[in-house]
Design a protein around this ligand. Sequence first.
Ligand code: URA
Length: 194
Amino acid sequence: MEDRWEILEQECSHCRECALCQTRKNVVFGVGNPQAEIMLVGEGPGANEDEQGIPFVGKAGQFLDDMLAIIGLDRTLVYIANIVKCRPPGNRDPLNVEQDACIGYLRRQIALIQPKILVSLGRIAAMRLIDPKFRITREHGVWFDVDGMRMMALYHPSALLRDPGKRPETFDDLKSLQKEVGRVCTHTELKKLW
Ligand code: URA
């Protein structure tokens, strides 16, 4: 049967497939334009996201907005989600069992959106979506063809806040993203960016 956005969001909001449901305040489903040609995927909600039910609303989120603005993008032009929809306590990395329990929701979001470009934010998302052996230090900014999408990884905004030394490389990666958007995206608002 054809999937529907409302059904998916509803199912996800009641999810009890892993232990993270016991400590969450809110399920953080995703935010942005469901018709977006560009999707960004982080690892999992932090404390602010858990409070508000919206991805990337804390310091890392503000930095992500700044990164997008450098290449003329904003949240109306992309869709943002995470590998796991509930906060791992203490901001630890999501466990494999938690990722396994949750990844189906992201796969269904991707199938509904059908983005042309998917950007992993950080190592955890890249290992899940691009290659289990993904090495973020070596492979950030590199383009991959996966399941009919163009995929690349950027350093996670939190890593860029912790280590400003990584920012010049990320600037180059963002320029590469901008170029790829111009090449493969068709929405008129995006065509202007190239
Ligand atoms: N870090 C993530 O990976 N995702 C969020 O939503 C917030 C911080």
